[in-house]
Design a protein around this ligand. Structure first.
Ligand code: PXP
Length: 247
């Protein structure tokens, strides 16, 4: 069932960055992330997420317009809080922009944004994006201090980083899950729509999907990896089914 028809819908945003990672490994046009976006649209995905990194290691500038032209699914642009990315976001006007921390040497987005420590840098970017009609989200750790900073910045959405949960072992799993559940409830109570993502797999998605306040999960690396073996449609369909069953 698509997220939109469910009584308590949980949208699935599919991050297609790593289709572009494979494409870029050979420098040509194949595999094309646009084709991935079209498949996601056909098989129950609710949105496309793409991170235009400063070093353009996967998604490239021209991919954004191509993705927007090829599908009606909302595009969620993950972006660093820089003037360059702000200008690109304002030019492309994606449905949503998720501000993420970015360090050139990291392999992936390793932690949440320090929204508390960077208030003054984030405030003008959040307001310029919001004024352009872009739904702004901050990718933060499930931490009350960061949620409080997000509230002060006036964003409509936060995305909780689930990396600590995904990597937790033993008793830590329940502790991390509780942190996310508590923060999702607190966000919703304060009028912020909570999303979550990072490191989610078939094995660990269901306890997160069961958190009733969460409105969207963004999942990438695992789905694209699975797609190598079973195809993207199967991988997305199975993830969608696990999410719906957990709801
Ligand atoms: N959400 C955000 C904000 C991200 O930056 C990423 C990718 O790093 C994801 C979700 C998806 O994470 P993953 O690729 O581990 O599923």
């Amino acid at each position: 069932m698509s997220g939109g028809l469910h009584p308590n819908p949980l949208r699935l945003g599919v991050n297609i960055d790593h289709v572009a990672t494979i494409r870029n490994a050979r420098g040509g046009d194949h595999p094309d992330p646009v084709r991935a976006a079209q498949i996601v649209a056909q098989c129950g995905g609710d949105g496309i997420t793409a991170h235009l990194r400063e070093d353009r290691r996967h998604i490239r500038d021209e991919d954004l317009a191509r993705i927007q032209a090829a599908t009606d699914l909302p595009l969620n642009l993950e972006m660093a809080a820089t003037d360059e990315m702000l200008a690109i976001a304002l030019r492309h006007k994606p449905h949503a922009a998720c501000i993420v921390p970015e360090r050139r040497e990291e392999r992936t987005t390793e932690g949440g944004l320090d929204a508390a420590g960077q208030h003054n840098r984030l405030a003008p970017i959040v307001s310029r994006l919001g004024d352009a009609g872009i739904r702004v989200s901050l990718f933060i750790a499930p931490d009350p201090r960061q949620l409080d900073a997000a509230l002060r910045l006036g964003v409509p959405v936060v995305e909780f980083h689930t990396g600590e949960y995904a990597h937790a072992e033993g008793d830590q799993v329940a502790a991390e899950l509780k942190r996310i559940a508590d923060m999702a409830a607190l966000a919703a109570k304060n009028g912020i729509e909570p999303h979550a993502g990072h490191g989610l797999t078939y094995e660990n998605v269901q306890p997160i999907a069961a958190i009733p306040q969460l409105a969207e999960l963004n999942i990438g690396h695992y789905l694209i990896g699975e797609a190598i073996f079973v195809g993207l449609e199967s991988a997305v369909t199975r993830m969608r089914g696990l999410m719906d069953d957990a709801r």
